[in-house]
Design a protein around this ligand. Sequence first.
Ligand SMILES: NC(=O)c1ccc[n+]([C@@H]2O[C@H](COP(=O)([O-])OP(=O)(O)OC[C@H]3O[C@@H](n4cnc5c(N)ncnc54)[C@H](OP(=O)(O)O)[C@@H]3O)[C@@H](O)[C@H]2O)c1
Length: 284
Amino acid sequence: MTAQTPQVTLNNGVQMPILGFGVYQIPPEQTEQTVTDALAAGYRHIDTAAAYANEDAVGRAIAASGIPRDELFVTTKLWIQANGDNTKRAFDASLQRLGLDYVDLYLIHQPLGDYYSEWRAMQELNRQGVARAIGVSNFYPDRLVDLIANNEITPAVNQVETHPFFQRTADQELMREHGVQIESWGGFAEGKNDLFTHSTLSEIGAAHGKSVAQVVLRWLTQRGVIAIPKSVRPERMAENIDIFDFQLTDAEMAHIAALDTGASLFFDHRDPAMVTWLNGRRDN
Ligand SMILES: NC(=O)c1ccc[n+]([C@@H]2O[C@H](COP(=O)([O-])OP(=O)(O)OC[C@H]3O[C@@H](n4cnc5c(N)ncnc54)[C@H](OP(=O)(O)O)[C@@H]3O)[C@@H](O)[C@H]2O)c1
C-alpha cells in the first residue's frame, strides 16, 4: 500500500489498508479503466465480489498495472452456496477470473444458504494460504456470534452497511470484543439522504477545507472502520484518498454521531422478502 494509507492488523496478523476502493455497480465494460485509474490514484486495496460480475476486469487492470502482487490487497466475496464443494468451486472460479493465485480476503457475501458449510470450506482455503484472511459480510450480531461459537476460525472482518445515518457503533463494539474488524460498505450511503450536501457534514468540511466525502471517510477511519468508497471519476478517487492529513475533533465526531438513525437506508437482511429475493439470485 502507498505509504500514506494506514493499515489495520486483522486477528490473524494480516495487514489490511484501512482505505480501499469498491467496484460494486461499475459496469463490467467500465471496470478495467476505473480500476486502472484507482490504482494510478494510489489505491492498493480493491473490493470486488463474484456477484458484481466484474472480477475479470479487476484482474485485467491489476495485471496491466505491473504493481507487485504483495503491494495489493484484493478482497472478493462468495455468493450464496448450497455446500462446501460449491464453495471451493466458486473460489477457484473467482481466482481464475481475477487472474490471481491467492486473495487477501475472502468474504461470505450474505448470511444465507448453507453458510456453515461455506465457512468450513473457507477455513480450509485459509489454511492452504489461498485466502490469506477470511470473513463475512452483512452478518448481524446474532449470526456472527453463532458462527464464531461453532467454528474454529473467527472471521477476520465483517463488512456491513455503515455510514453517518447507520453508524453501527454497538455492532462495532461487539465485533471488537470478538476480534472481528468492522468494514463499511456504502460509506456514503450511495448519496442517499442528500449526504453530499448535508449541512452538518458540510460545515465540518468547511472548517478543515475538506469535502463532505472526505469528512465521512475521515470519520469512518478515525473510528477504526475500514472504508471502500466507489467512484468512477478520477478526480473523486483522488479526493477520497486524500483524508490522512487532517483530524476531526471530539466535538465534530459527536456532531456526526448525532446523525445516526440506527436503521438501514437500504434493506434488512432479516426481511423474509429480501431473503427470498437474494436466494433467487443463486446460480447453483
Ligand atoms: N457486502 C455488500 O453487501 C456490499 C453492498 C454494497 C456495497 N459494497 C461494497 O462497498 C463499496 C462502496 O459502497 P457503494 O459503492 O454501494 O456506495 P458508496 O461508496 O457509498 O457511494 C458511491 C456513490 O458516491 C458517489 N461518489 C463517490 N465519491 C464521491 C465524491 N467524492 N463526491 C460526490 N460523490 C461521490 C459515486 O458516484 P461516481 O461513481 O459517479 O463518482 C457513487 O454514486 C462497493 O463498491 C462495494 O465494493 C458491499
